[in-house]
Design a protein around this ligand. Sequence first.
Ligand code: GLC
Length: 609
Amino acid sequence: MQKKGKRILSLFLSVSFILAVGCDKVNKDTGLEKAIYKDKNYTAEKRVKDLINRMNIDEKIGQMVQAERGSLKPAEALKYNIGSVLSGGGSTPTDNSPKGWTEMIKQYQQSETNTRLGIPIIYGVDAVHGHNIVKDAVVFPHNIGLGAANDIKLMKDIASVTAEEMLSTGVTYDFAPCIAVAKDLRWGRYYEGYGEDLELVKKLSSEYIKQLQSYGIAATAKHFIADGGTSWGTGDSGYKIDQGDAKIKEEDLLKEEMLPYEEAIKSGVKSVMVSFSSINGVKNHSNKHLITDLLKGKLGFKGFVISDWEGIHHIPASNFKEQVVTAVNSGIDMLMEPNQWKETISALKVAVDQGKISKERIDDAVTRILMVKFDLGLFENNLGDSNLIKNGFASTEHKKVAEEAVMKSMVLLKNDGILPLKKNSKIYVNGPAANSVGLQCGGWTIDWQGNERQTSGVTILDGFKNIASSNGGTIITDIAKAGEADVTVVVIGEKSYAEGKGDDGDLGLDNGMALEKNIEALNQAKKLNKPIVTIMVSGRPRIISDKLKDWAAFIEAWLPGTEGEGIAKVIYGDENFKGKLSVTWPKNNSKLPIEEDNVLFPIGYGLKY
Ligand code: GLC
């Protein structure tokens, strides 16, 4: 009896052990549904803690890598646990519509939810003046124009429209706003900043950040730090000034350039992007003091720091692995490695295995990234919360906000009384930027460098025609009939450009990034002997001192975007001018960055009716 009893007992014990283990295994697997990180009733902190304890090193490393859609298939996103995907300028699905975008991003998200722990990706784009990469999106004036408008409510409305158009596509990460305090207008990114005045940059960028993020979209304060303070001739990647070196003492950095970042952090910005540039000869992407001690330490930034496009490749080192180690140990949490995402993953693995990057640093980076994903609600809505969309993509309401931005950003710099024009007058409209939505939008529109054949929108010429046609006015574009006109409107400007490709050492009207036909159009207008109203479509001031005397009126329209009718509305007097320069306008090209005696129009200058 005893023996038999023992056998039954041991059988019973082993069966219950197997069941227990099995159950436990089963509980663990099925327990995922009940896992804390899956339950939105827990705080983000608790969910992150639970999740990170479940993650293995491969899953953690994958979260730190951002790949470009063109080099990453959804199946690879799954296999390598990729944390983020981006579209560089012009990198769009074949169907470049909200539907096409949503379908594309769904594929990446589905692959991610099929990973063991189902962590959603975060998809990033440069929606820097509206959701500008998507066809027919409403495109706003670039930031330099919004600096001239200097209108908080307008900034919030622009952020709302941008957010709604992003949510129409499933994109929840915006590499904007650029909070550069631009100091040298020869810089090709001058127009991406709001202006030279620190307070203005702080105010407008923080409003944009708060409003955009209220829609569950991560904003990015960029490019950390002093990207707009580099010196001419120190540029990198073959550029003259972009990605160059800023010679600046730390005390000045703290009391100037750091202030917009402090404000952005107070506004809860989720991400900060490191600048390609250097400070006092040290590449920002390798500067632990800047990123870890100052940004994360002194300023207490709790979001995640992302490198710029292959920005770590600029770090002086003998190989890529070393660049990865230096970047992550400097405090970079997510690596924007559009093409070398696989090499990045293996470099991170080797570095962790060799102890060159500590597990604590990995956990810190992944914690920051996951906190943002939980805060944005991506675990519940991995395409963003479309219930927040009030007005449809490219809706009339959205266009109205953009037209308001155009009208408020224009700056009247001269008016001998010719403006406002009468709606029933005969106007000869000419000039290389009169009839091009592409030039009105400038860089970062559909394509990285802009697209002069940009599709939808209202050109400045269209705007004049629309108003004149319903008020007995005549718009002439045929030079043969120009003699019949009461006044000539000439629209000159700049080619589209972005980043260092727009670096321009000679800011006249007939070279560098100036449109080839500017002078020809101005000379033709002069021959007509009619009053001339000149409008400039540009990302920065250019040298107009020797021409100004020929013009009855002069308006800087900046890069107004798709809603060009706003220009004509103000010139016809439907609205008054509101814009004031947020930058200094130089007299000549010789003393740049601008010196005291080289000012044609000061910051704050702008006339009204
Ligand atoms: C670019 C820019 C940066 C942009 C990023 C992704 O090189 O420097 O502003 O967000 O790459 O397009």
